[in-house]
Design a protein around this ligand. Structure first.
Ligand code: AMP
Length: 355
């Protein structure tokens, strides 16, 4: 749990002059673009010269850059950043570059509930949360000797699916596994992947009802993963494996997608259940989160992962998605975050959505 007190952090703030800040990477173009649309000042925390890159995208460029030598240094400059009334928007790279421990104690008002990290970054806790909410997860195989169907082996802390591998037998597992690393073995779920982008507001009730606040579905994507997604151009996975070529799961991009409409009620049921359980466990997964799912041939969902912040899969939707367009025109996740901060400021509720 964080020792940071949001009330104390906000006390010296001029909340009428908030600056939206994030690390220049991941989904920062969308975050800055959305914040500007809502009239916020924006600040990009960058390592080295990023200005040239942002010149290429003027509508996604922050008003100001804050340059550090190393992302880990951010913690040393919090006083300076607080003087600028900075609210930090975390994303995957932000948390990764700073490190989870440092992020938890970062002395800056941060969008969302930081305590979610404790539940999200530990696979056992993540399972307690998700299965406790009633969603179905892929079966976990505790003893590799029990492998009797295709499994995916995931190394703990591996970023972007790096090093993950598929095994169909115990022998194959033994052949591939790196023994010095800790891992989880999951049933490899056959079906189609959908990465569902939700937004949970604990302070607004104008969307899908949740016991406290409401829930929106802003968009969904499918990740493009190299080499698994295109490896079949060279031959079947079986053929390639015999040659010692193994598919990998490294994310390189995101593809927009919509789902058959009859599945959407399940999407909301799952989102609501995950939010309700999060409220019970740690005060709620506030703001954006993503359920990573596989839809099986009997049209049921298996959730293999949760990301509890804006995900890069929202980036195809800078000017809205087929779902968010039905909520408000031109609504990206980045813009929705800015709107939540604006609403909270206006109604004196910032402490409910920042941590
Ligand atoms: P993760 O790091 O858990 O998001 O997994 C990386 C990638 O591996 C996902 O984007 C999927 O393509 C794939 N994957 C993960 N878990 C499973 C599963 N249980 N069944 C099938 N594919 C999976």
């Amino acid at each position: 749990m964080t020792e940071i007190n949001i009330h104390d952090m906000l006390t010296p703030y001029d909340t009428k002059k908030l600056t939206i800040a994030t690390v220049c990477s991941h989904s920062s173009l969308q975050i800055f673009n959305g914040a500007k649309k809502e009239g916020f000042k924006t600040l990009g925390i960058s390592v080295g010269e990023k200005q040239a890159f942002y010149k290429a995208f003027p509508l996604g460029k922050p008003d100001e850059f804050f340059t550090v030598d190393n992302y880990k240094d951010i913690a040393r400059f919090t006083e300076e950043l607080r003087e600028k009334n900075v609210v930090v928007i975390p994303h995957g790279s932000f948390v990764e570059y700073l490190g989870a421990k440092e992020f938890l104690k970062l002395d800056l008002p941060t969008f969302g509930n930081r305590n979610v990290l404790v539940w999200e970054s530990n696979r056992d806790k993540e399972r307690i949360w998700l299965e406790g909410s009633g969603v179905t997860m892929p079966q976990e195989i505790k003893d590799p000797k029990q492998i009797n169907k295709p499994v995916i082996v995931k190394y703990h802390g591996a970023k972007g699916g790096k090093g993950f591998f598929i095994a169909k037998t115990y022998d194959e597992f033994l052949h591939r596994v790196k023994k010095n690393k800790s891992y989880t073995i999951q049933e490899f779920v056959m079906g189609t992947r959908y990465y569902l982008h939700y937004f949970y507001s604990p302070i607004q009730t104008n969307a899908y009802p949740v016991s406290v606040g409401s829930l929106q579905l802003l968009s969904m994507d499918r990740r493009d993963e190299t080499t698994i997604d295109e490896v079949q151009r060279l031959g079947s996975i079986q053929e390639l494996e015999e040659l010692g070529i193994h598919p990998t799961f490294v994310v390189t991009g995101n593809i927009p997608i919509v789902m058959r409409e009859s599945l959407l009620p399940q999407v909301f049921n799952m989102g609501k259940a995950v939010v309700e359980k999060s409220i019970e466990l740690f005060g709620g997964v506030i703001g954006s989160f993503c359920l990573e799912t596989v839809v099986t041939e009997d049209l049921t969902f298996k959730v293999f992962e949760i990301s509890a912040r804006i995900v890069a899969g929202t980036n195809p939707y800078v000017s809205g998605s087929p779902y968010s367009e039905l909520i408000q025109e031109d609504l990206s996740t980045g813009r929705r975050i800015a709107q939540e901060i604006k609403y909270a400021e206006k109604h004196n509720l910032l402490e409910k959505i920042l941590s």
